[in-house]
Design a protein around this ligand. Structure first.
Ligand code: NAD
Length: 298
């Protein structure tokens, strides 16, 4: 069934996601503070709205894809009053779990409904409509959002109540950040012991060291020809985004009194690495900083 969807935040991810909603036959009213982002979405069939409130007031559902929690909460504060009663707000941004829960509370208090639905799959997944959504909120809201999520992705998992989607996202990425550091340290240790990258890969990728960081996004060039290491670490999944997600995981661990020692350390290592590499390097490039700290054995 075709819906009228307001889409706020038409950047690297939101732009192609909104375009895929248009392709699936939905009417999309878009808004972004950046005129170029709005113009580019308009070329893909999104109808530009002069303000977020204007887009929201004419919609049955609202999708947001914004940088951080404060943007989502500020936006909700500005537009909730403009929405029709019962409108479903689906926030696909990656934000703090506590902010996601606050967003749910504010939407509900305004007589609206909410779902957090952060994604994995990056810009490539956003363009190809192959994202994975991790959703938090009520069963009914998830079911109702499903046709929109299906138009933008290939998989959607209902993870639990408000904030559960964000929780799943940061827990998964904490595994990923820690495992990428572990795999990188193992390659650098192997180098210092005279072990070839291929030999370590051939053993670990079929043994108990097997993981995505090794067998898909291998941080050294050679064993996995499609990994970013083979193209000078061009992303891929940018180091700055990994640093952001690990920062959210670290906040949640501290707030909950969880002794996630490796997760906290990974957050620090990635924050330092991202300061240098910024958005320009894949997160697997952290192997180079580990090698530089290895006393020059490489
Ligand atoms: P982006 O910076 O390209 O896009 C964000 C857009 O939001 C910008 O165009 C900005 O102008 C707009 N914006 C900010 N405040 C606004 C407001 N009040 N009203 C309207 N527009 C506003 O960022 P992105 O890469 O598209 O990422 C968006 C979200 O998706 C982030 O939370 C990020 O962590 C998450 N994410 C990104 C990736 C990725 O690979 N880029 C992958 C997974 C998740």
């Amino acid at each position: 069934m075709s819906r009228t969807v307001a889409f706020i935040g038409l950047g690297h991810m939101g732009g192609p996601m909104a375009a895929n909603l248009v392709k699936a036959g939905h009417r999309v009213l878009g808004h972004d503070l950046d005129a170029d982002a709005l113009a580019s979405a308009a070329r893909a069939g999104v109808e530009p709205a002069a303000s977020a409130a204007e887009a929201v007031s004419g919609a049955d559902a609202v999708v947001t894809m914004l940088p951080a929690g404060r943007h989502v909460l500020d936006l909700y504060d500005g537009v909730l009053a403009a929405a029709r009663p019962g409108t479903l707000f689906v926030d696909c941004s990656t934000i703090d779990v506590a902010d996601a829960r606050t967003a749910h509370e504010r939407a509900t208090a305004a007589g609206l409904r909410a779902l957090d639905a952060p994604v994995s799959g990056g810009v490539v997944g956003a363009e190809a409509a192959t994202l994975t959504f991790m959703a938090g909120g009520g069963e009914q809201e998830f079911t109702e959002a499903r046709p929109l999520l299906d138009a933008m992705g290939k998989k959607a998992v209902h993870c639990g109540g408000p904030g559960a989607g964000q929780a799943a996202k940061i827990c998964n990425n904490m595994i990923l950040g820690v495992s990428m550091i572990a795999v990188s340290e193992a390659f650098v240790l192997g180098e210092s012991l005279g072990l070839s990258h291929q030999a370590l890969y051939d053993v670990a990728s079929t043994a108990s060291g097997q993981c995505w960081a090794l067998s898909v996004n291998c941080p050294v060039p050679g064993p996995v020809p499609t990994s970013p290491a083979n193209r000078e670490y061009r992303p891929g999944f940018a180091a700055s985004l990994m640093a952001k997600d690990l920062g959210l995981a670290a906040n949640a661990a501290r707030a909950g009194g969880v002794h996630a020692e490796l997760g906290l350390q990974a957050a620090e290592l990635y924050a330092a690495y991202a300061e240098r590499a910024g958005a320009t390097e894949d997160f697997s490039g952290i192997v180079r900083t580990i090698r530089q700290n290895d006393g020059g054995h490489a």
